[in-house]
Write a protein that binds this ligand. Structure first.
Ligand code: NAD
Length: 503
């Protein structure tokens, strides 16, 4: 532990809801406190939305839809690109707010804002290509001319978690708006600040009122939002349990739904891996953002012949992770999001010990800090894949080390999970790694890499890790309905394909 966090006098920030282009209080005047996870101080007060506000936001989004959807794609792109450059300009202040709100390190927060800008730029540019779909004329035999139009789905509800607040806001708003939809965004109650800052940016670039709205709260407004009859699509990122509930609610109105859910991702180290890289890779895969990442490589499967060496190296290198003030550029790991979440992670650590895993390091709150929801990087050895810590998504800084003998066994353990979000394979033999990558049931598989995404490649889960894909072309097409328009080019009755049934 590297010393106390210096508490600074900061003025209390205030945020309202953003509905129909206006900043408004919640109908009952209630507030949500924004708590800095590193200091436990309340640094902002946020208006809390009620069910009435959900209705206002959805109605505003519905009213704004025709104009936004019919706007020339070039004009839409111009407005949204202006938002991108404003985000870039404000990156530093946005990143600081994200640190205070979510406990992310400043390096992660800056990385997220910059990656968000790349992603948003891609969505805008790619969307303008996707409005035109070229097809072969179908039914040529009957002289029909066909074309396919891509149209916006309508009002889209975006519901997002607390671990990547700004990036997730971009992942929901960016593709939906670029494809001509309007949006009601509901950030997680723990982290509303940067979603509301995004609304300020849209306001500055004169986005039409109602095109983008932000309401705050938890399930009590999330459920009415999903059930609102004027919401056409729900894009959800969060836990698998909540995702199942979201899907159930969507079924009632047959709403289009995409789900980006949890993971319990394997990190497979073959005996021919470059250990200098693989050991640090495992630390990054597990302790980046204190393990609160859906793609965390929390099941580390190591070939038995290198297991001891890998473990020793890991234990040496883990000491180099500096826990501390997330605003300090040299900090490697900040706090967890909340008191309750830290308690949940501690429950799993206790369970790991009870079920017979060997606690190699960590497992407790670091010495020297009496404030903040910090927890040490924790490594378990002797883990078997049936233990609770190997099955449940802990969503904290807890690594499980396991051994395997053959590639087939590694594949079997990797796939023995209800999740299928991501995986990584570490080997100097790329052909062998590629064979394993192919056999793993997950939406993203890295070879000698972990956590790295690209806006041009689809991201999402197999099995209980989700339905649908974000990013890439697929991540834009989930925001479009395809319509086939077929025009007959003949005016002689006898040439019509339906002529014979009338006689
Ligand atoms: P969560 O499921 O508790 O909450 C996510 C969001 O859903 C929040 O905005 C919350 O207010 C809202 N919500 C909760 N109950 C709801 C309900 N009944 N109806 C409507 N909305 C409801 O998840 P969390 O704890 O905020 O985030 C952590 C989870 O998110 C982890 O499981 C993680 O793996 C997952 N996640 C997945 C991805 C991905 O892309 N696959 C990315 C980030 C996080």
């Amino acid at each position: 532990m590297d010393g106390e966090i210096v508490e600074q006098e900061v003025e209390m920030l205030e945020y309202k809801l953003f509905i129909d282009g206006k900043w408004v209080d919640g109908s009952k005047g209630k507030k949500i406190p924004a708590i800095n996870p590193a200091t436990e101080e309340v640094f902002a007060e946020i208006a809390k939305a009620e069910v009435e506000d959900v209705d206002k936001a959805v109605k505003a989004a519905k009213a704004a839809l025709p104009k936004w959807a019919e706007m020339k794609p070039e004009k839409r792109a111009e407005i949204l690109l202006k938002a991108c450059s404003l985000i870039r300009k404000k990156a530093e202040s946005l990143a600081k707010l994200e640190v205070m709100d979510s406990g992310a390190t400043i390096r992660k927060a800056l990385g997220d804002i910059n990656f968000g800008v790349y992603n948003f730029n891609y969505f805008i540019k790619k969307a303008s290509e996707l409005f035109i779909k070229e097809i072969e004329p179908i039914e040529a035999l009957f002289m029909n001319f066909s074309y396919v139009r891509r149209e916006p789905v309508g009002v889209c509800a975006g519901i997002i978690p607390w671990n990547f607040p700004f990036l997730m806001a971009i992942w929901k708003a960016g593709p939906a708006l670029s494809m001509g939809n309007t949006v009601v965004l509901k950030p997680a109650p723990q982290t509303c600040v940067t979603a509301l800052e995004l609304a300020k940016i849209f306001e500055e670039c004169e986005l039409l009122p109602g095109v983008f709205n932000v309401i705050t709260g938890d399930a009590e407004i999330g459920e009415p939002l999903i059930l609102h009859p004027d919401v056409n699509k729900v894009a959800f990122t969060g836990s698998t349990e909540t995702g199942k509930r979201v899907m159930e609610l969507c079924a009632k109105g047959l709403k289009r739904v995409t789900l980006e859910l949890g993971g319990k991702n394997p990190f497979i180290v073959l005996e021919d891996a470059n250990l200098d890289i693989a050991v640090d890779g495992a630390l990054f895969a597990n302790f980046y953002h204190a393990g609160q990442v859906c793609t965390s490589g929390s099941r580390v499967l190591v070939h038995e012949s290198i297991f001891e060496e890998f473990k020793e190296r890991l234990l040496k290198r883990v000491k180099g992770i500096k826990i501390g003030d997330p605003l300090d550029l040299s900090t490697g790991m900040g706090p967890l999001i909340s008191k309750e979440h830290r308690e949940k992670v501690e429950f799993y650590i206790k369970k790991g010990v009870e079920e017979g895993a060997e606690l190699l390091t960590g497992g407790k709150r670091p010495d020297g800090f009496n404030k903040g929801f910090f927890l040490e990087p924790t490594i378990f050895s002797n883990v078997t894949n049936n233990m609770t810590i190997a099955r449940d998504e802990i969503f904290g800084p807890v690594m499980c080390l396991m051994k395997f003998k053959t590639d087939d066994e590694a594949i079997e353990i990797a796939n023995d999970t209800r999740y299928g979000l991501a995986a990584s394979v570490w080997s100097e033999n790329l052909s062998r790694a590629a064979i394993i990558a192919r056999a793993i049931k997950a939406g993203t598989v890295w070879i000698n890499e972990h956590h790295i995404l690209s806006e041009r490649a689809p991201f999402g889960g197999f099995k209980e890790s989700g339905i649908g894909r974000e990013l890439g072309e697929s991540g834009l097409l989930i925001y479009a309905e395809e319509k086939h328009i077929s025009t007959s080019l003949v005016n002689q009755r006898w040439r019509r394909m339906w002529y014979d049934i009338l006689f």
